[in-house]
Design a protein around this ligand. Sequence first.
Ligand code: TEU
Ligand code: CA
Length: 545
Amino acid sequence: MKKQWFKEEFVYQIYPRSFKDSNNDGIGDIPGIIEKIPYLKELGVGIIWLSPVYKSPMEDFGYDISDYRDIAPEFGTMDDIKRLIKELHKAKIRLVMDLVVNHTSSAHEWFQKSVKKEGKYADYYHWEDKKKKWGSFFGGDAWSYNEERGQYYLHLFAKGQPDLNWDNPDVREEVKDLMRFWLDLGVDGFRCDVINLIAKNNQHPNGPWSPILRGRKYYLNHPNLHKYLHELHRDVLSKYDCFTVGETAFVNPKVADLLTNPLRQELDMVFQFDHMGADNYFIKWFMKKFKPMNLKKPLAKWQNQLNGKGWNSLYLENHDQPRSINRFGSLDYRYESATMLAVMLYFQQGTPYIYQGQEIGMTNAAFETLDKYQDIETHNIYRTGRKMGMSHKRMMNKIKMMSRDNARTPMQWDDNANAGFSTHDPWLSVNDNYKEINVAAEAKKDQSVLHFFQRVIELRKKYPVIVYGKYEDLDFYHKDLYSYRRFTKTEEIIVVCNGTSKEVVYEKNYPDYNMILTNYRDQVDGLLQPYEARVFHKSLGQKKK
Ligand code: TEU
Ligand code: CA
């Protein structure tokens, strides 16, 4: 396994709108992030992934970009971002930016010119005379009429997010240029938004009827995807010391191998979504009861398939996903389940990702009324569901559990008003539980999620086997356990986790190993307590210390 810096560090994702508000206008901003660099340093993360801060009408809170070379005024200025890069680098933390190039905002000048069929811009997007039968990720149709041009355009997400036409070489040159712009400013890589959607069947055939994502076979993992990614790599990425992680819903390990196999020079790793289906059928709005097996199976599948060849991205949360404690753990065992999930995930092979607030065990906001939600997806899905005949109550139940706003509430820094995020009313309400769950409280406690995360990060630095060791399942068919082994020629790690809120009989002992981490003060012989996690280490050819 080739040693590379982006395999060794923890990545911390910042959703800038909700991280820290420095000027008290209710919106998080870049100077706010700079203020918190000491916190990030102390946590021990080595890479920041920053969700979009570019100029945007904010219809999808920054994932609709109107100028790739400027910063949204509410987040700061170009000088602020340059300062952020400089200060992070001083602290030995790298910065990865979000690259959102499947679509732009409809306010982007390329789209404005395309509407007017101005010169080369005429074909920068997907245009059709007839409305095509494709469905949007946000519910509803993916083709909308533009009055001025008198044609329909494609938007796989919101109406204000028209899809770029990647078959047009001019579009690809534009993307390469903006990538160079940011790499030259010193950023260390990109998280590539919905990158496996960029290539499409440009005949835009009507999709066969489907309750969701109608027409997806014409844009998911299209063969040209590989051609275009290789081109970006050849012309841009290969010239910099940077890394890329592609966001790729609906990929299997075979496609992921094509995307990330170093010999093919496309991406360095991808975010796959299989394990995000542990509590739902195919998409999150069709919910099912969670069982540990449903999380273990997909995670183990990816560990095994990529073992020694590819490289995984280890995540349970991001700005699109509800909080992991609510989904895969338990509010009654907040500390135990948050720390167990950390052990279960972060000792696997791959680059580990933390989403802001995960390290203090933040939980879903689950707002009761629709007007508390700000997310466009939430509102679109509500409308779509109601149109399909679902009751208000049923839709609100889904939203309370699955809305993206569950993860987007302001970061809880302390027990002051608005959780110390801002003195102004924040753009999205703070979670009610901020008085108990916040950074200051976690830092004071002896046994806290925050301290546990710090410890996990330290251990990864201390034991190379956690980064580079091979993976092997243990007790795979035990429905309540997550257990596996990592090993190199000189070291071995054994992870044992109880994935449930019940006591589980567990007789195995590892007498010639050191227990290097656990989330319970005391162990009980012959059983694992609710959500108990244990990590054992052994240096081969060495006696127990
Ligand atoms: O998300 C893509 C994506 O797959 C999500 O739309 C996902 O289906 C949904 O959020 C699950 O609830 C990326 C960004 O992460 C997301 O924030 C953007 O809204 C989207 O792309 C469009 O840019
Ligand atoms: Ca602000």
